[in-house]
Design a binder for this molecule. Structure first.
Ligand code: SAM
Length: 460
């Protein structure tokens, strides 16, 4: 049935979820001249097969609608557990069972690979998490103008929702965050105003290690701590109540950009880093170190990559986009020589330190962009037998993929946090004689649409 061009409310069946996990429906509209047009409408928080009444949301006319009520619900729809569901926008899949989430992730990976011409029977079922909640080891909270500490409201970066809880963080992380929130309220400290650039408090970053139990707090403010009398009270409270806080950093940041970055850093309690462990290796984590945010599942990812790659003691290997060495260290133990390439210099410094802290001494790390780094390291060390890459969400891109193919590794292991860029990137390898052997999705982010994959390609 076609709706009139001036109607805003309609009843519709949800056809499928898009790549960001949002329900999509197709609506027919009859325009002023009686012509029928079709539109794809995003209807957040709906599930495939549901029938809903929805109303268009201005200003995205004919693009986004919000549910008025559900007429026919998905059989696996459940009541979301978090009080901030929908307002925070953090985990948008809390309203269906974990089994249904995993099934959808597998289907999504199959769909995206099929679009690029790959055989979907190569895609295994998604490996789920043992812990569907409290899995994150890092959270970043923001202060509102009135000093309230909490989460950004969905689609509204100016509004802060006062934090009650976060079901993705550990209880210890939330307790420490609520203590900082109480401290800010009791001392009536103002939050930073992004328009006037006035106010003191900006962000609080909390990082936690499940394996060592250590926690780091990093408070971002526009003044140094010695200019803020109340800072002594905060150090005292954190030191007394949270012995697991092994590092408390105060970061002065007057930059107009809203990122959690530092111009000056002050170590007010303990050391300036914490220890974490992953796959049997020990890592130092500073407040700004990139580290896998669900280390328990990341450990499965490392094990899987090892199992699929089958590294040999005689082989040379490249770990491209190596970060702080999460894959480099366990692989280095199983190959003759490993080269790690990564664009962020501080991550490469960490990777080197992590290798030496863990007694791994057959690695070479280079801080350079993937393409140039690859050229330089192949000239120096020759072609690798095995290459692992773990690029950011945007993928490695055609140029890097073709450069990889020309370096002729026998096996390529592609670790990806975005099946869309994975599918387009690995397609680039096919003309070079590579065959896709297997794709294993792993769930690192329950309650969200994100899915990680490990893919293995080989060449005769
Ligand atoms: C998904 S992370 C993987 C990190 C690492 N494998 C780990 O688990 O710790 C992607 C990494 O690629 C790096 N990166 C982004 N763009 C890059 C580029 N053009 N060249 C090299 N590295 C890049 C990022 O800094 C980041 O560390």
């Amino acid at each position: 049935m076609a709706y009139r061009y001036n109607e805003n409310t309609f009843v519709v069946d949800i056809d499928h979820l898009d790549v960001r996990g949002t329900g999509q429906a197709v609506i027919e509209w009859e325009n002023k001249h009686g012509k029928i047009k079709k539109n794809k409408i995003n209807i957040p928080y709906t599930l495939p097969g549901e029938k809903v009444q929805a109303t268009l949301v201005p200003p995205y006319r004919r693009r986004v609608a919000q549910v008025d009520h559900i007429i026919k619900a998905h059989p696996e729809r459940i009541e979301p557990e978090c009080p901030h569901f929908q307002s925070c926008g953090g985990c948008s899949w809390q309203h269906w069972t974990y089994e249904a989430q995993l099934r959808q992730k597998t289907n999504q990976v199959k769909f995206l690979l099929e679009e690029q011409g790959f055989d979907t029977s190569l895609v295994e079922e998604t490996i789920g998490a043992d812990d569907e909640w409290h899995y994150r080891n890092k959270m970043e909270f923001t202060f509102g103008i009135d000093g309230t500490l909490g989460l950004h409201e969905k689609d509204n970066f100016r509004k802060i929702i006062s934090l009650e809880t976060c079901l993705l963080a550990s209880d210890a992380m939330i307790a420490a965050t609520l203590e900082v929130a109480d401290w800010a309220r009791e001392h009536q400290l103002a939050g930073y105003n992004k328009e006037t650039h006035e106010g003191l408090l900006r962000h609080l970053m909390v990082r936690y290690s499940r394996t060592t139990g250590e926690m780091i707090l990093a408070l971002f403010a526009t003044e140094a701590p010695d200019a803020v009398k109340a800072s002594h009270d905060l150090i005292y409270r954190i030191g007394k109540k949270f012995p697991q806080v092994k590092s408390f950093m105060w970061l002065k940041n007057n930059n107009i950009s809203d990122r959690a970055q530092a111009e000056e850093s002050y170590n007010l309690l303990g050391r300036d880093f914490i220890y974490d462990e992953l796959a049997g290796f020990r890592y130092r984590i500073w407040f700004d170190t990139f580290f896998q945010t669900n280390p328990k599942q990341a450990e499965k990812l490392v094990e899987l990559a090892l199992e699929m790659a089958k590294p040999k003691q005689t082989e040379k290997m490249i770990d491209l986009f190596c970060g702080v060495g999460t894959f480099s260290l366990p692989f280095a133990r199983r190959v003759r020589e490993l080269v790690g390439i990564e664009i962020v210099e501080t991550s490469i410094e960490s990777a080197k330190r992590n290798a030496s802290d863990n007694g791994v001494n057959n690695t070479h790390f280079l801080a350079k962009d993937a393409r140039h780094g690859l050229i330089e390291m192949i000239e120096k060390f020759g072609s690798p037998n095995l290459l692992l890459l773990d690029p950011p969400r945007s993928g490695a891109g055609g140029k890097v993929m073709r450069r990889i193919a020309r370096s002729k590794p026998e096996r390529i292991v592609y670790v990806s946090c975005n099946p869309l860029s994975l599918a387009t990137d690995i397609k680039e390898l096919i003309p070079f004689g590579y065959t896709l052997e297997k794709v294993q999705p792993v769930d690192l982010f329950p309650q969200t649409y994100h899915v990680e994959c490990v893919a293995l390609l080989s060449k005769e």
